[in-house]
Design a protein around this ligand. Structure first.
Ligand code: MRU
Length: 344
């Protein structure tokens, strides 16, 4: 299985697979500085909420190693760690990963690295557990032996430390012989679904078709799928969930079609300190990503781009939120404290 990230102990560096180059080329980035790490995060060379959580934790080690080499003051180190923490605003996992290890900094690099490596291991375990729970729930709710699934963006091994979240459920359904077909949305602006999800599905031998994001709601309304399964970048305390832009279109169509809409994420994606989706900061990316295609301008020079990277699905459109600790059903049980049950 491909790994989005791993720490190379001998050379004290963070190795990332450059996700902007896949599937054409398997190129690795060896990260030894905060500048390089922040750039890799902003460029989406590493992306996906749980992967960003692990990168946040390992990023503190990168900063501490660089600080040791360059003789940084404590204040400089804290500022550089904060740059990692804020490199992208929407996925809470990035800040969560930093916050998990930064309090250990006084104990030195080995203590921080040990906790960061634990996070990597824990993420895979959480993904495998939530995948089993999610598959159980979907088969029970739909009452079907085999399901047709629609998914959006990339939530597989590349977006996590291993296995995947929404993708993990798809993989689990496939392993159980309970998967008929996956509709993988291409995902704007960097084609994470078309390039990355399709690449992973091919490697795992999972039958799928890639469709334009604009096709998704019609695919659902035409009765071509039994369940929509997506990941999340931040789930607010009331269950409102931020995910890749376009997700809410699937939720609206799923509600109209009467099929379940499932959000799958490890508990590190829950943000109980954010009351609702209105309080989630949505990353606005460079307009060039929508004004150009493959580096070529496709729009009039006068055109102005609008490029939110995420949207928020209100909790009443969500049939199930699945973490490694269980499943809640926000559309049936809008109790605001329900997420505490699946937050560990
Ligand atoms: O901009 P990206 O590619 O980082 O967006 C990723 C997503 O929206 C994923 O669905 C989400 O992070 C969950 S990944 C398991």
């Amino acid at each position: 299985m491909v790994r989005a990230l791993h720490w190379i102990n001998d050379s004290s560096l963070l190795r990332l697979i450059d996700q902007t180059r896949l599937p054409e080329a398997e190129v690795y980035l060896d990260i030894t500085t905060v500048d390089a790490l922040v750039q890799a995060i902003k460029d989406l060379a590493v992306r996906g909420a749980p992967a960003l959580g692990a990168v946040g934790a390992l990023g503190v080690v990168v900063a501490m190693e660089q600080g040791r080499r360059e003789g940084w003051t404590a204040q400089r180190l804290a500022d550089e760690v904060d740059r990692v923490r804020r490199a992208r605003p929407t996925a809470v996992n990035l800040a969560w990963g930093v916050d998990q290890v930064w309090p250990l900094a006084d104990q030195g690099i080995p203590a921080v690295l040990a906790r960061a490596e634990e996070i990597v291991v824990e993420d895979e375990a959480a993904n495998r557990r939530l995948s089993a729970l999610g598959a159980d729930w979907i088969l029970a709710r739909t009452g079907k032996q085999k399901v047709r699934v629609i998914t959006h963006c990339n939530t597989g091994a590349l977006a996590t430390t291993a296995w995947g979240t929404a993708y993990g459920i798809i993989h689990e359904l496939h392993d159980r012989g309970a998967l008929e077909l996956v509709y993988a949305d291409e995902t704007r602006p960097l084609l994470q679904g078309a390039r990355l999800t399709s690449w992973e599905l091919v490697q795992d031998g999972i039958p799928h078709v890639v469709e334009a994001d604009g096709a998704a709601s019609s695919t659902i309304l035409r009765g071509l799928v039994d369940v929509a399964i997506i990941g999340a970048d931040r789930i607010a305390a009331n269950g409102d969930s931020a995910n890749k832009v376009g997700s809410v279109a699937l939720a609206l169509a799923a509600a109209r079609a009467g099929i379940p809409f499932v959000v799958a994420a490890p508990s590190s994606t829950l943000d109980l300190s954010t009351a609702s989706g209105e309080d989630i900061e949505i990353e606005l990316r460079d307009e060039g990503e929508v004004l150009n295609l493959g580096g070529v301008r496709t729009t009039p020079v006068e055109a102005v781009g609008f490029n939110p990277a995420f949207d928020v699905t209100p909790h009443d459109l969500i049939s199930a939120i699945v973490t490694e600790f269980g499943v809640v059903e926000p559309d049936r049980d809008p109790e605001p404290r329900l997420l505490a049950r699946i937050s560990g």
